[in-house]
Design a protein around this ligand. Sequence first.
Ligand code: AMP
Ligand code: MG
Length: 482
Amino acid sequence: MTATPNPILSLNYVPVLESLGDDYYDVVAAAEFPEQVLRFRNDAILQQLGLDSAAVSNDQLVAAFGKFQGREPLLALRYHGYQFGEYNPFLGDGRGFLYGQVRSEDGQIYDFGTKGSGTTPYSRGGDGRLTLKGGVREVLAAEALHAAGVRTSRTLCLVETGEALWRGDEPSPTRSSVMVRFSRSHIRFGTFERLDYLNRPDLIQKLLEHVIDVYYPSARLFTDPQERYAQFYAELVQRTAELVAQWMAAGFCHGVLNTDNMSITGESFDYGPYAFIDRYDRKFTAAYFDYARRYCFGNQPIICQWNLKGLQKPLKQVMSEATMESALADYKPCYEQHYQQLMLRKLGFDSLPEGEGTELVAQTLNLLENVEIGYHEFFAGLTAQFSPDWQANPEAIFSATLQASDAAAAAQLNDWRQTYHRALLSLAGEALEGVGDRLRHTNPQTVPLRPEIEAVWEPITVENDWQPFYDLVENIRQPFWD
Ligand code: AMP
Ligand code: MG
């Protein structure tokens, strides 16, 4: 009797990165784990890949992503990066590898990248492992960001692997896992930085052509290499600016915006010590080891601009620096325009007369800094309470929740209500109904703030009860109010 073939292994694998040659990676083997238990599977991704998810068993997912049967080569990617502002040439995939690249139903190529699958030549004394809690946290971040419309990697599955790990930032021993990430690419800014460090413009150019070929169709249209590279960089600047605007509107602090965590596709990935903010606090810092608050919530736009500027150093080996500088000048306006647009939507508006929209967003942020209300709580409350009657009755605007604690707060709240009221007055009839719809389709009902994550982790540790985690994932996936 022959065993049923594993559908995961029969996907349309396309070895595009592998075909670049081994200057970019090392062939590695996965660790052998004492046990494998599937804890999370993302059927939406299996469907996106053209699989009937009901026809993919948990055992088959475990065979592929816990036992690593039947696929090779597994590639630990080489990269360096600026970490907290300092160049680090001792990086690379130290606890993961590129499992494979697949062409999905939409014709795009996606990576399966592992995290926690064992040591590699880049582990540098690390154990090559991922804690189960780290895996659970990354699943939640990616699903919540995806639901909020952020261009992000997802998690294909999470397999618990039966080892005891020791970590300074978790009660130890703690449980181990392998997480499989589904993303556009694992090529990072730091992948280019390494090639510059090694002074290999030939490899920079080859990689750049590859990136354009696979991920930048608009640049591919140019036959002249300089025009092609210029288009690539300009689009990367835009994609990155849009991504940061999406994080900021979603109230998300990535935590570790080192250049090895910046994707060359402008997609968001690698969720370690991240947090969704509670209060609107620009100084909020997610990583406990970020003593200087370099990657605090409010710094994210400027840091990503700094990272894009840093990428010019390797790229100028093959293209004009002046061209890149002029493209980078568009970063700030692009970011601001997107952020403004996203925040207006969170407030229920599509567009407002120039100046009025900017004023409303600025006053809202000011208010959030000064009144006792959480960022997500504010927008959820606004959504729950919105009534077209507010147009006739400004005192009623958000009055069930927003109350002033002192005279200064009262004045500020009053100003905000007036500005919000003016915005409502600019709309007539059906347009006013649209506010409620936009609020309900923009502001999530469930955001995995740290206490919520701890609340689902607790039953997992105490009694291996995964239901609260599954329930949270389910709520995150149905983010809006219908
Ligand atoms: P990260 O903080 O996950 O972005 O990782 C930064 C670098 O440290 C990457 O090169 C990782 O591969 C490496 N790294 C992180 N944790 C481990 C670990 N437990 N074992 C080996 N390498 C690790
Ligand atoms: Mg990383």
